[in-house]
Design a protein around this ligand. Structure first.
Ligand code: GTP
Ligand code: MG
Length: 316
């Protein structure tokens, strides 16, 4: 799409020399459109560019990018046609405008035992149901970075959904990643698997734990965010290309800058915040109750749903 003024490659942008271009490409900013939609501060953060140079590059990239205009009704048709995975709880489906969306990244963050992993299990089962029953008729790629995948929970949930438990287990491809390199590779190399196995959901549980344990201290932050950025770009690309849903779980910290209200903040910084289309904050309530708050969505109002985690899975 990029043309005009001879700007075709990253190297053609003002403020971008060959070394920076190479770095940007490695970070996943591999074409002019990606620069055009980046913020100058993001480029400063991930690629160590000077702010002035980053501004020039983004401006030039914007000018060089031609846009394809669609009517709102075309956009609406496309959105309505997108699949959604029902969660098992009506109140949560309503909060999400029908369920967990394909072509998007949905993030759940919250403290331990808030239900992030259980939600991932439930989606891994539900996605296998046909579209008319609230699934996407496909399999799950489950990237387990914490060693908390539990086949017996899948069996329980599948039975409760009226699915054959054996079949449901066959429908989930699990990768146990113990390093960020393995986690990244599991996604980098997923294209073929996604196509051949008809993967309709990718779960990364959890996104940040390995990144946090491997990259320690301020000195490692740039490198960490750069790698993370590439990883998330790839997830986004898979979601777009294959019309699949991505569900990531995220850890939290207390943000001391928040003086009033709940200081619980997801980790991962701006890169994760921008990447997640929908952010859900999960909190433990009494017994098996969990409160799910929709924090950030482009088209849905903020709100909360109360769900239960039972032996059968997620319900109202
Ligand atoms: P971390 O990964 O530690 O950050 O937590 P998480 O948010 O992933 O929590 P997870 O989804 O693993 O939720 C664990 C909670 O789910 C447990 O404390 C139980 O309350 C509940 N749970 C797990 N399995 C079952 C089950 O078989 N029956 C019921 N009723 N509850 C369960
Ligand atoms: Mg968990």
């Amino acid at each position: 799409m990029a043309k005009e003024k001879g700007v075709k490659e990253l190297e053609d942008l003002p403020g971008v020399g060959p070394t920076t271009a190479e770095k940007l490409k490695q970070l996943g900013y591999d074409n002019i459109e990606k620069i055009a939609t980046a913020s100058p501060h993001e480029l400063v953060e991930v690629a160590g560019m000077k702010l002035e140079a980053a501004k020039q590059a983004v401006d030039a990239a914007k000018q060089a990018t031609t846009l394809e205009y669609k009517t709102a009704s075309e956009v609406n048709d496309k959105r309505m046609a997108l699949g959604k995975i029902k969660t098992g709880a009506k109140s949560l489906d309503d909060l999400l405008g029908g369920g967990v969306e394909a072509n998007a990244i949905t993030e759940a963050y919250g403290k331990f035992a808030s239900g992030k992993t259980q939600f991932g299990f439930q989606l891994s089962v539900n996605v296998q149901k046909p579209v008319e029953s609230g699934g996407l008729g496909g399999k799950t790629l489950f990237i387990d970075t914490e060693g908390t995948f539990r086949p017996d929970r899948i069996e329980q949930m599948a039975k409760a959904e009226g699915l054959d438990p054996k079949h449901a287990l066959e429908g989930i491809l699990v990768v146990r990643a113990t390093t960020t390199d393995q986690q990244i590779l599991a996604v980098e190399r997923a294209d073929k698997l996604v196509r051949e196995e008809n993967i309709k959901l990718i779960v990364v549980d959890s996104l940040m734990s390995l990144f946090r344990s491997e990259f320690i201290g301020r000195g490692a932050l740039n490198e960490r965010q750069g790698k993370l950025n590439m990883h998330i770009h790839k997830l986004q690309k898979l979601a777009d290309t294959f019309d699949l849903a991505v569900y990531i779980t995220n850890q939290v910290m207390d943000n001391p800058a928040i003086l009033f209200g709940d200081p619980t903040t997801p980790v991962g910084g701006n890169i994760v915040a921008h990447a997640a289309t929908t952010r859900l904050y999960m909190r433990k309530s009494k017994e098996d109750k969990r409160i799910v708050r929709l924090v950030d969505s482009p088209n849905l109002p903020e709100g909360e749903a109360v769900i239960k985690i039972t032996p059968e899975g997620i319900s109202d």
